[in-house]
Design a protein around this ligand. Structure first.
Ligand code: PBG
Length: 342
């Protein structure tokens, strides 16, 4: 027998009952504060100059390295899910000390931009601008000194990054996204784009990009692991939250159009603090390791993939992101459209 109070309730019995608004899915939907939509998603794509058919990325189940020739069909598949933006990464045939293949007018990324725009003209095409995939040493800037003491030369790196950004924009990219974390690169790239008349190309700055262990699967996919040392002299210390605000202020002052925090779910506090301070569009990157962790648990039957992935993405929105860069983009878009209505 369950006890049922029939007489007057004690004075402190709860009269505020939040559960009143949780009783049915329709009621929950009415009071829901955040909604995920396919048009908030940006889908990363790896474009490889080394292959002629898609190659599965083993640590990122469901993701592939794509040859340019396969991208028109892939862009159409992505668009059909409702996702309207992609972020391209290049895996070049040739590497050298300064990453010069990255600004080749007929490089993989440059060709991919054109192929995607031809297949799906309304797709927003963004490109990652960085040197690590293109340099023989795997660092994101010019390597001044190797050995025990890695030294990245900031200012000469800016010129190389700007060449790459201009080349992507000239090929038709809508947005360039510098991920190198060199100081001053947003302003430098903005000036270079403007000088070339590419004033309509937007910049999405990887403003607060942490030196994270969670980029491991990406580096396997993009073949961009540093040959010596690590990225801690340019990417941010995971222990620092306030510093992200300073990075963001600089990127705004230098002309960034969209700001980004990366990774996402371990850095929701950073996202929320930045959201409080800025009114520019704010993106968060749910990175390869965050994706791989979910996939690994799902493969073992330990997590329900749809629920876990949508919960992670919803949390990123709740913390303050407008846009989410996620390997789940097409799947999540399909899950969301299947959920609409009754
Ligand atoms: C290039 C770059 C990286 C990622 C995005 N751009 C790798 C890195 O900085 O080592 C990581 C993305 C991911 O893990 O999904 N600098």
């Amino acid at each position: 027998m369950h006890p049922r109070p029939t007489t007057a309730l004690p004075g402190n019995f709860p009269t505020r009952r939040p559960r009143r608004l949780r009783q049915s899915e329709s009621m929950r939907a009415l009071v829901r504060e955040q909604h995920l939509r396919a048009d908030q998603f940006i889908y990363p794509l790896f474009v490889s100059e080394r292959i002629s058919a898609p190659v599965a990325i083993s640590s990122m189940p469901g993701q592939y390295n794509w040859p340019v020739a396969a991208l028109a069909a892939e862009a159409e598949r992505i668009a059909a899910t409702g996702v309207r933006a992609v972020l391209l990464f290049g895996i070049p045939e040739e590497k050298d000390a300064i990453g010069s293949s990255s600004w080749s007018p007929d490089g993989g990324v440059q060709q991919a931009i054109k192929a995607i725009k031809r297949a799906v003209p309304e797709m927003v095409v963004m490109t990652d601008v960085c040197l690590c995939e293109y340099t023989s040493h795997g660092h994101c800037g010019v390597l001044l000194q190797s050995g025990d003491h890695i030294l990245i030369d900031n200012d000469p790196s800016l010129e190389l990054l700007a060449r790459q950004a201009v080349s992507h924009a000239a090929a038709g990219a809508d947005v360039v996204a510098p991920s190198d974390m060199m100081d001053g690169r947003v302003g430098y790239i903005r000036a270079a784009l403007d000088r070339e008349g590419l004033t309509n190309t937007a910049i999405m700055a990887y403003s607060a990009k942490y030196a994270s262990a969670f980029y491991g699967p990406f580096r396997e996919a993009a073949d961009s692991t540093p040959q010596v040392g690590d990225r801690r002299s340019y990417q941010m210390d995971p222990a620092n939250g306030r510093e992200a605000l300073r990075e963001v202020e600089l990127d705004i002052a230098e002309g960034a159009d969209i700001l980004m925090i990366k990774p996402a779910t371990l850095y929701l506090d950073v996202l929320a603090r930045v959201r409080d301070r800025v009114d520019l569009p704010l993106a968060a990157y749910h990175v390869s390791g965050e994706y791989a962790m979910l996939k690994a648990a799902v493969e073992r039957g330990w997590l329900d993939e749809r629920r876990a992935a949508l919960e992670a993405l919803t949390a990123i929105r709740r913390a303050g992101a407008d846009l989410i860069i996620t390997y789940y983009a097409p799947d999540a878009a399909l899950w969301l459209s299947a959920e609409q209505g009754f």
